[in-house]
Design a protein around this ligand. Structure first.
Ligand SMILES: [Zn+2]
Ligand SMILES: [Zn+2]
Length: 413
């Protein structure tokens, strides 16, 4: 058990450091990122802005790490346990920061600043790292980072949190009960594109000489629509036709679709994928088109770590926030932090921000909600909880081993 007085002193240091950085974070991270939304792997402005911010505060920020142009890393401490705070900063095409990753960046950077200040003050051993993880929206940035070795060290905990409209945390009947959620759980997702290749012909003059790739796409889309009746309520399949042809009087010879196939576990997603592929392949056969797949990283289901969740909820309670310990059933969305949660003890919380009724993530209404002063304030409150979680994992041997044990044996919590 770590010294109780020391932990209490650390709370003061965390709070002071984050409060002091508040306006700087608001103006130079939160608002700058919100006003410059960038999609997966193109987050050059965010990468430069955040690394400069860290540099200006005396940290050595390594740029373009792990062979990813828009990843970055900074670390303090030379011995002891290692905690990694993950940052996301990508946006969605056309609707900007509708997933609120400007707030993720704000809360994660604030947590890093707070925990770093406390760790320095404590004089204790411990390493604290901030890791820039690009392309959460479909690009699987964390999967690429895992493959490149970004999580290969002995890491005691990886930490981050996501903003959410309050009704998604507490349920629509009682949307204002909780300020946040500790154990956010999400489902697994296969992500891939399909290409159908056919043959052009004059659509009016001699359509019988064409092989229609748009028909293949429409048939695949419709078949999966029928399949949806026979899948589990917590499974999801969705697709768009990204390339669907050029003009009506030429038979379309090429179409490309983008697919997500989701189920609560990877094993379930594998089974569902086989059924979806049967629909896609049947459509290729029926239309005479050639089919090819372009496969993107699979997102594993996000698991919750009981020990880390309990400490976060405890710390947030101390600053007056009521936290739901975990969601019983995973929400039907996915994150590449899921993959991290399968290789090291991970914390992925959620903080409620004010949003209009029926406004969920990936909705333009949430883009607006993600830039308000209230949302910024919520992000910083969450940062205080995450910073103290990091500090306690670094200073408290018992907590670190309990989190390790929960990771090994308590995956279904
Ligand atoms: Zn999103
Ligand atoms: Zn998101």
């Amino acid at each position: 058990m770590a010294n109780v007085d020391l932990i209490q002193e650390m709370r003061g240091a965390v709070s002071l450091a984050i409060d002091c950085a508040d306006q700087d974070l608001r103006k130079n991270i939160n608002q700058e990122l919100h006003q410059h939304p960038e999609i997966a792997y193109q987050e050059v402005f965010a990468h430069d802005t955040i690394t400069q911010f860290l540099q200006d505060r005396g940290f050595t920020a390594k740029r373009s790490t792990y062979d990813l142009a828009t990843s970055f890393e900074a670390e303090i401490g030379t011995s002891g346990r290692l905690v990694v705070i993950c940052v996301e900063y990508d946006a969605l095409p056309q609707i900007g920061h509708a997933c609120g990753h400007n707030l993720i960046a704000t809360s994660s950077i604030a947590a890093f600043l707070g925990a770093a200040e406390a760790l320095k003050k404590s004089g204790a051993a411990g390493r604290l790292r901030i890791l820039g993880t690009p392309a959460e929206e479909g690009g699987g940035g964390k999967v690429k980072l895992i493959d490149a070795g970004a999580f290969k060290d002995d890491i005691a905990a990886a930490i981050m949190a996501h903003p959410m409209p309050s009704h998604q945390i507490s349920g629509s009947n009682a949307p204002h009960i909780y300020d946040g959620l500790a154990g956010l759980k999400m489902i697994a997702s296969h992500k891939f594109r399909t290409e159908f290749r056919g043959k052009t012909a004059h659509a009016a003059g001699e359509p019988w000489n064409g092989v229609n790739a748009l028909d293949a796409a429409v048939a695949a889309y419709s078949s999966v629509g029928l399949l949806r009746q026979q899948i589990q309520p917590d499974e999801r399949v969705h697709a768009v036709i990204e390339v669907g042809g050029t003009v009506p009087n030429v038979i379309t010879d090429y179409t490309r679709m983008n697919w997500n196939v989701r189920s609560p576990t990877i094993a379930g997603a594998d089974k569902l994928l086989a059924r979806v592929k049967a629909c896609i392949e049947g459509s290729a056969t029926a239309t005479g088109c050639e089919l090819s797949y372009i496969v993107a990283p699979t997102y594993a289901n996000l698991t919750a770590n009981q020990a880390l969740c309990e400490v976060y909820a405890d710390e947030m309670g101390r600053i007056g926030d009521k936290i739901l310990l975990r969601n019983e059933n995973p929400i039907t969305a996915s994150t590449d932090m899921g993959n991290v949660s399968h290789i090291i003890p991970s914390f992925h919380g959620a903080f409620a921000i004010p949003a209009p009724p029926n406004t969920s993530l990936h909705n333009p209404g949430f883009t607006a909600a993600a830039s308000t002063d209230e949302a910024h304030e919520k992000a910083l409150r969450c940062a205080k909880g995450m910073a103290m979680l990091a500090v306690r994992v670094l200073l408290d041997e018992d907590l670190a081993s309990k989190a390790g044990n929960d990771f090994q044996h308590n995956h279904e919590w």
